[in-house]
Ligand binder design. Structure first.
Ligand SMILES: Cc1cc2nc3c(=O)[nH]c(=O)nc-3n(C[C@H](O)[C@H](O)[C@H](O)COP(=O)(O)OP(=O)(O)OC[C@H]3O[C@@H](n4cnc5c(N)ncnc54)[C@H](O)[C@@H]3O)c2cc1C
Length: 385
């Protein structure tokens, strides 16, 4: 193997594969691409959901698409999504689909190896994987190592979105396959933001996920007990089997993430802060970021000219993180109000960081003023966490 490439993806998960995919789809057909991952990505290590009003590149591998979302607390709000849909893609289908697409040309090489080191240079960067060195004009580094990640908690919030989900099958029809329960708050809140997330694939099959936005993780038993209590006590389902389970921890912080690892190294994915700080969603953001990198390469010959979201979204993320951190028990009220007083389309625009000032004002006034102003005052004026 010749060890010189145009692009090396150090990490071939969502960000590495998405970028390679969008490069090939957008004119970078002759460039040599090496994708290095320590895992062969043949198992379903996660399930992604995202919303979109337009067709997406991954509609054809969607495991399920929904037209309604429900938010459940004391009352149930059912939100009609059209023209949006909420789509679920299994990790294993995404990896298979993108790898098959990339394997059609001989210029893409996949390597299963552990990246040990990435070294910057003037004209090339070097990636050392399993003891061998590869050179590239550009290296995109997307492997995020939680134990190496630190947040300055005097200046920034550091919460985690953590969850355990069960793919369950019931004996009798129990679910409405048209409707995702996005937030079902019928689980003890313990002064934190806690909810159940139910993704029904059919009347008898669903992914049921116990999700928390909080600073500390729970024990395995605590996630499982909450799921059992919800399935039995709230959904009133006694007979079911668990086919698969998933567990995840996603960092939530407004601390800025560096994009540059050097002259020839760019960070992408979680490592580059592509996870939305206040929600944990990243899949769509990674697609948009990949397209922005491709556009920068085309226009400027380097990948770094990617537009940042307007600053106000970081302020909003900070305020939401503050409410979840200090007043976690009130998150249920905040979120149910947001959905009651705003259309889901406005909320999607806001979460996509594409809202108008009018949208933003409407969203701000729909949160209890005292809570919003208190969080703003503490974080922006007192500069406290
Ligand atoms: C369980 C789970 C569910 C999620 N669900 C959603 C969702 O529904 N919607 C949404 O928008 N976001 C979701 N996210 C958040 C986000 O979309 C994902 O975390 C996404 O995979 C991030 O992409 P990434 O490329 O940054 O990281 P990853 O996809 O994790 O890719 C990083 C890759 O680096 C590889 N790697 C690590 N260390 C090395 C090394 N030393 N050498 C070589 N390779 C290495 C890993 O094997 C991995 O393949 C979820 C996250 C998790 C964990």
């Amino acid at each position: 193997m010749d060890d010189t490439y145009d692009f090396v993806m150090a990490g071939g998960g969502a960000a590495g594969l998405s970028l390679a995919y969008h490069l090939r789809r957008n004119g970078f057909v002759d460039e040599r691409v090496l994708i290095i991952d320590k895992d062969d990505k043949r198992s379903n290590d996660r399930t992604w959901c995202f919303w979109s009003a337009d067709e997406t590149d991954f509609d054809q591998i969607a495991a399920k698409r929904w037209s309604k979302l429900a938010v459940i607390a004391e009352n149930t709000q059912v939100l009609e999504l059209a023209p949006y849909t909420y789509t679920m893609v299994r990790g294993v289908d995404f990896y298979g689909y993108v790898k098959e697409f990339l394997s059609r040309d001989a210029n893409t090489v996949f390597l299963t190896a552990v990246v040990d080191e990435i070294r910057d240079g003037d004209a090339f960067a070097e990636v050392v994987a399993d003891g061998r060195t590869y050179q590239a004009r550009w290296v995109f580094d997307s492997f995020f190592v939680p134990r190496n990640f630190t947040v300055d908690t005097k200046k920034y919030h550091f919460l985690k979105q953590h969850f355990t989900g069960w793919f369950i099958e019931t004996e009798s029809p129990e679910f409405d396959p048209e409707t995702v329960s996005w937030f079902d708050f019928r689980t003890p809140q313990n002064n934190e933001m806690r909810f159940m997330y139910v993704l029904p694939e059919s009347p008898t099959r669903a992914l049921v996920e116990f999700t928390l936005f909080s600073a500390d993780l729970l024990s395995e038993e605590q996630y499982e007990n909450a799921l059992k209590a919800y399935v039995h006590g709230v959904l009133d389902i006694d007979r079911y089997v668990i086919h698969e389970s998933e567990h995840g921890v996603i960092p939530m912080t407004e601390q800025p993430f560096p994009r540059r690892g050097g002259r020839r190294i760019m960070y992408t994915g979680t490592k580059a802060g592509r996870v939305k700080a206040s929600t944990g969603f990243a899949f769509n953001r990674i697609q948009k970021d990949s397209l922005a990198i491709v556009a920068s390469l085309k226009a400027y010959g380097h990948p770094f000219r990617v537009k940042r979201a307007p600053r106000r979204y970081r302020v909003f993320d900070t305020i939401l993180l503050q409410i979840m951190y200090r007043r976690g028990g009130e998150s249920k009220d905040v979120f149910t109000r947001l959905f009651r007083k705003n259309s889901i389309h406005r909320l999607f625009r806001f979460l996509d960081e594409e809202s108008s000032i009018r949208d933003d004002l409407a969203i701000m006034v729909s949160v209890r003023w005292g809570l919003f102003i208190g969080a703003w005052f503490r974080t922006r004026i007192l500069r406290k966490i």
